[in-house]
Design a binder for this molecule. Sequence first.
Ligand code: PAF
Length: 288
Amino acid sequence: MSQKSPREPVVVRTRSELAGARQRLTGTVAVVMTMGALHDGHLALLRAARAANDHVLATIFVNPLQFGPNEDFDRYPRTFEADLEVCRGAGVDVVFAPSTAEMYPDGEPEVRVNPGPLGERLEGASRPGFFHGVLTVVLKLMHLVRPDRAYFGEKDYQQLTLVRRMVRDLDLPVEVVGVPTVREPDGLALSSRNRYLSPPERESALTLSRALHAGQAAAARGRGPDGVLAAARACFDEAGDSVKLDYLVLTDPGLRPVADGYRGPARLLVAAWVGTTRLIDNAPVEIA
Ligand code: PAF
């Protein structure tokens, strides 16, 4: 454990170090769970947490449980020193950065959180077991950190929805706070995976945010769900082979599918492959 100055985050690596550091935090404690490779999207979470709580604890752990056999666990960026710098700038009090053995001392857990039917759809359909892995580590981190509030980005809207659901269904004493997606000036949603994109791929990746914007614009012109989806899909037709659409769906804010007569607040969600990189994005849409 190291503490160099009052604004220097205390870095803890083990459960017992975490328990010691946690005990010294009085007042409200917020947690921001991350897999590192921190960018301005994470910074927005840390700042929102900092603004509303006495203490902020960030976790940095690349969770093997949420990567499929053909996914990018090994190539997932690990940038601890740069991450610490972001935490330092955001006024984080404690950084918990455990090893895999510290988080899973008995190897991969046999008992995992079942995310229910929503966990099998959208991201869950393309990435079997993904949300079992996410919710299992989130629950473990909630138990270890014992936060009053937990901050999650709307960029991973299905994850945010499932964490909220887990907190309700399993009676966890935590308030879940969603924070809006941070975008580049041209609309690209910030993501740790953007760094894999070549310049032409980055251009193609803009198709996702363009599609969401087209869907929102169609809704603003009075179009219903089918019109919103058609406007968004047209952006992918225009982009051709450079972007491979995985799903494009319109749901209600709780991620239940909506029929064409639906009116009210909705969510447009998209996932697509750009080269070997899979990207997701989503946006709120008001169907009048
Ligand atoms: O959103 C992420 O970075 C991860 O899914 C999380 C919540 C840190 C769990 O590993």
